[in-house]
Design a protein. Sequence first.
Length: 263
Amino acid sequence: MKQLFYLFIAVIFLGMSACNSATKKKGETAKAATGEEVAAAPNTLTDQEKADGWILMFDGKTTDGWRKYDSDIFPDTGWYIEDGCLVCENSGMGEAGFGGDIIYDKQFTNFDLKVDWKISEGGNSGIFYLAREVPGEAIWYTAPEYQILDNFGNHIDNTLGVNGNRRAGSLYDLLPPNPQNAKGPGEWNSAEIKSYEGTIVYYMNGEKTLEFHLWTPAWNDMIANSKFPEFNPDFANVAKTGYIGLQDHGHAVWFRNIKIKEL
């Protein structure tokens, strides 16, 4: 009798454990079904992002939609796809990269752009926006730049500029980010650029780091006192509509989850 009693208790206990496990799994499934805390796989959009109007600019497999700046085709050297990333190759020659800068073959005016990036040790790159395509001139002659840099390495831009305005997340050589919260080389960072009727807002790793306003007296004065008029006297007159570009600065850099929503 005592053995039957213990067997009966064991059966009840196992039944309760199975019930609790099933309830937990059911709850987890329901939570996943609602979309809560469920991140999209790299280079994909969630159903909610699609409903909100986000456009995937890189699918992790092809270079569709991208081409070399001032060219009709994608460069055949210097850029390649690896492990779901759009990769710029290290040339070891600084700005003399193997492939050149690339742009997405559609122009945008008001937008929210998100890009994940990681940089090699001592590396430098950048994200351009509202770029004009002017034959014979580099993309940075006309376009503001969201700087990408190894803030912890020995790249010279870590010591040049003013108050960190050449470090990762800066409006390159003009305004420093606050905070300067970029992660180290080989680690993924998330960049976000919002552009709306001349107001530009930068984010790094989920934090707002910078805000400025194009075409204003403050903007014009800042550009007039910078190095840019030396190369392009019209630099302050940033285009209202332009291209998104990724920089080949001769250093290895990886990009993924490139997406944009028009505002």
